[in-house]
Every structure is written in C-alpha cells, then in structure tokens.
Design a protein around this ligand. Structure first.
Ligand code: SF4
Length: 443
C-alpha cells in the first residue's frame, strides 16, 4: 500500500446506506408520524418491503447485525405472530399497495420453518398487490438451509438468495466462531439450484482474524468456482464498544489498516480474474447480471441493502430495528424484540425514531448517492461551486494525495481511489461533526 494513503485508510467514515445516517435519527418521528407518512404515499407508488428476522441459530462473533441467538422455538413463534400483525397495521395505514421488491434479511430468515415462511409470504400476498413483484430476495445461513426451505422459497416466488459465506479458511472460521465448511456452501447452492433459484449472491468479508492474502485468495477462488451471480465484499467493522460479542475475537489477530487494504485488493483482483466486474466499490457481479447492466447505464442506487439496481418510491421496514425510507424521511422500529412486539400487539406501529428530511438533506443525499454510485458528479447540477466552498476546501488534502480530482465543478474519484470513496462523500455530510457517532474504518 502506498504509505501516504495509510493515514486515510485509518480514518473512519459512514457507509452512507442512508443520509442522514442512523446515528442522527431522533425521536420526533414516532408511530403517528410514520402512519401519516404512509397515508401520504401516492396510490401508484412502488414499494419495497424489508422483513427483518431478528434471530439466528447461534451468534457469529464478528456479527454487527441486529440479531440474537434463539435456542427455543417460542421466541420465533412470537416473532412471527407479531410480524403478521405488523403487516396488517402497515397495510392499513399505507395509501399504496404495489410491491415491486421483497427482501428478507436479519438475523437469519431461514431460521423460520418453511411453513412459517410460506405463511408470512401468503399474508403479504393478501395484504399487498404483488402482481408487479420483480425481485424477491432472501438472505440465508447455508448451515441450516434444508430442501424444504429451498422449495418454500421457490413456491413463494423467491428469485434471488444471498448466502453468508464470509471466509472458507478453517483457521479464520475458528477465529470468528463460525464453522462452515466449503461442502456446506456447495450443498446449499445445489439445493437452491435444484429448486430453480439461479440468481445467487455470496457475502465475503475481509479484515477478519488470521486472514492473509493467500487465504482470502483461496476463499474467493473456491467461492467463485460455484459461479454465483454476485459477490458482496464487506470490511469487518470492529466496534466492540457497540457489539460486545466482538470481544470474543482475538484483537491481536486482526489485520491493521494496511493489511486490510491489501486483503480487499486481493479479493478484488481474484474476483475480477474470475470474470466478475466491480459494482460500486464493494460489490461484484457477472457482466450480464442486472446490477452490472444498471451500473454500466448509470442507474445504480444505494440503500440499506448496499448497491442496488432499482430504487422503489418507498422502502417499508418490518420487524425489530427495521428502517423505512419514505419520501418524507426515515422511520426506524424499536430495536429490542420485546419492545417491538409490545408496541405492535398493543395496537400501534413500532416506530422508535427516525428523521424527517429537510430540503438540504434531500439535496445532499442525492449528491452523496450519485458520488458513491457513479464516482463522479458535476456540482453545477447541485447548485454550483459557490454553494460548496467549504466542502471543496475539505477535499483539498484528499485531492493532494490523488483520492479525488477536482476540475472546476467536476469531481471525479479515480478507479484506484474507489475504496476511499466514503471519505470523499463525507466532505458533503452536513452532520459529520454533530454528535458522537463512531463509524467503521473507511477501508
Ligand atoms: S453473521 Fe448472520 S448468521 Fe451470524 S450472527 Fe450475524 S446475522 Fe446471524
């Protein structure tokens, strides 16, 4: 790694899956506000539904998701009961019905039995219009996938499945508390393809204990040998003050900033050599995949699922901690499962906090998203140079070291600097010095 870039790799920056980012949400947005926003949606608005399952069979030590281990069936049954009621409440409040996307995340959606999954999918079908449904995606843990799950997914119209793979090296797996042999992943892939689900995506991770350039290269090569359509490559975010289970990992075995950069670079090289093209800065896809086509045509978008090929008019989050994105702003559910369930079962919505968007928020959000999706933008389209004098001054040190090129009103992030794109975007974040938010490393 170029030594002059090291100081940038050590800096932290938000992931910008939303703007303003979640640490800047406040309690002014409650269930009544969210219900009003849902009621104000245009009748023909396209909807994306996100369903958050908060449980996993066991916890991986690196996990930064909002998830808990479920040792018994009872909490899962109670979660499903409340989720069905929440679907009713949201459907009653929303003025729009047309769903174009459904995404099941977590936690582990396939901790739900196939029968429960089918019951929830049926309920969505009863309460919303799924006639225009284009994308129906489920995140799974390959270790607990069964043939019956794959068949239930296919019967519900699921057409994309993401598999948590992370790393295939045995020593790394021991270091992160997630033992998942390659054969387990291969078997899950076979079951899904047998059920007719071809669009598969693998999640890989760098920055984990004991990873080396050789080990991540081997992981990527073995994973690519199964020919998924996409890869998402995430940098492990070590935030033990926030996710205390991360204290189980050996901090001394974690790679430093320069090593993290090299691991990410090795994954990029290996996946590109296997025929995948880079999407944004952390997704990879086969050139004929819809997200690769969208990226080529300048149609990439970014939301809580990372880089995506389409952006419906509203994203409605269901389940504990789920975040909705409506034209008026963001609304986040109670994160604690018991509090979420109590709010739903006592007759209301479970909104805990959120952010009503100002005109400046909407403006800066569009600018930041275009910068992260296209790696270039023309400030003339966002009000001109004068409006961003302070931001341009902030970019000067990044420009000096080649992370960004500023030519008049045109801002370009060179290909080699894409891993640092979030630092460039941060210069346009009006909230960056507000509050005590702590973010993950830029690389
Ligand atoms: S990484 Fe996935 S399977 Fe592991 S604890 Fe987190 S949500 Fe659950």
């Amino acid at each position: 790694m170029d030594p002059k870039l090291l100081k940038f790799a050590e800096q932290s920056a938000p992931r910008y899956t939303s703007y303003p980012t979640a640490p800047h949400f406040d309690t002014a947005v409650d269930g009544a506000v969210f219900a009003r926003w849902l009621g104000e949606l245009p009748g023909d608005a396209s909807l994306s539904l996100y369903l958050h399952t908060p449980y996993c069979k066991q916890m991986c030590w690196y996990c930064g998701c909002h998830a808990f281990a479920a040792k018994r069936d009872e909490p899962i049954a109670e979660f499903v009961e409340a989720l069905l009621v929440e679907i009713d409440r949201v459907a009653d409040a929303a003025a729009a019905r047309r769903v174009t996307e459904i995404h099941w995340g977590g936690g582990t959606p396939n901790i739900l039995s196939p029968a429960r999954f089918a019951a929830i999918a049926d309920h969505l079908d009863q309460r919303f219009d799924l006639f225009s449904l284009e994308r129906h995606a489920v995140e799974i843990d390959p270790r607990i996938l069964t043939e019956a799950h794959a068949e239930a997914f296919a019967a519900a119209g699921v057409n994309r499945v993401s598999l948590g793979v992370q790393d295939l090296d045995e020593r790394v797996q021991q270091g992160i508390g997630r033992i998942q042999p390659f054969e387990t992943v291969r078997h899950a892939v076979d079951m899904l393809r047998e059920a007719g689900i071809e669009a598969l995506s693998f999640d890989l991770m760098y920055g984990l204990p004991h990873q080396t350039r050789d080990s991540v290269r081997e992981t990527a090569e073995r994973a690519a040998s199964l020919s998924p359509a996409r890869f998402s490559v995430f940098g492990y975010a070590h935030v033990p003050w926030f996710k205390t289970r991360q204290k189980l990992m050996d901090e001394h075995a974690l790679p430093g900033a320069a090593a993290r950069f090299e691991l990410a670079d090795t994954l990029r090289e290996t996946l590109q050599a296997a025929g995948y093209v880079t999407i944004g800065y952390d997704h990879y896809a086969r050139p004929d995949d819809p997200i690769a086509i969208a990226a080529r045509q300048g149609g990439l978008a970014r939301n809580f699922q990372g880089f995506v090929e389409t952006q419906p008019d509203a994203l409605i989050g269901l389940g504990p901690s789920a975040i909705s994105t409506l034209p008026q702003g963001y609304a986040q559910n109670e994160a604690e499962v018991g509090a979420w369930r109590t709010a739903i079962m006592s007759g209301g919505l479970a909104t805990k906090r959120g952010k009503a968007l100002s005109a400046d928020d909407v403006h800066r959000r569009a600018l930041i998203m275009r910068l992260l999706c296209d790696f270039e933008l023309d400030l003339q389209s966002f009000g001109g140079l004068e409006a961003f004098a302070a931001e341009l001054a902030e970019l000067a040190p990044l420009a000096k070291d080649g992370l960004v090129v500023v030519e008049g009103a045109r801002i370009v992030i060179p290909d080699a600097a894409r891993p640092f794109a979030r630092l460039v975007a941060q210069a346009f974040d009006a909230y960056r010095d507000v509050g005590a938010a702590r973010h993950s490393r830029a690389v």
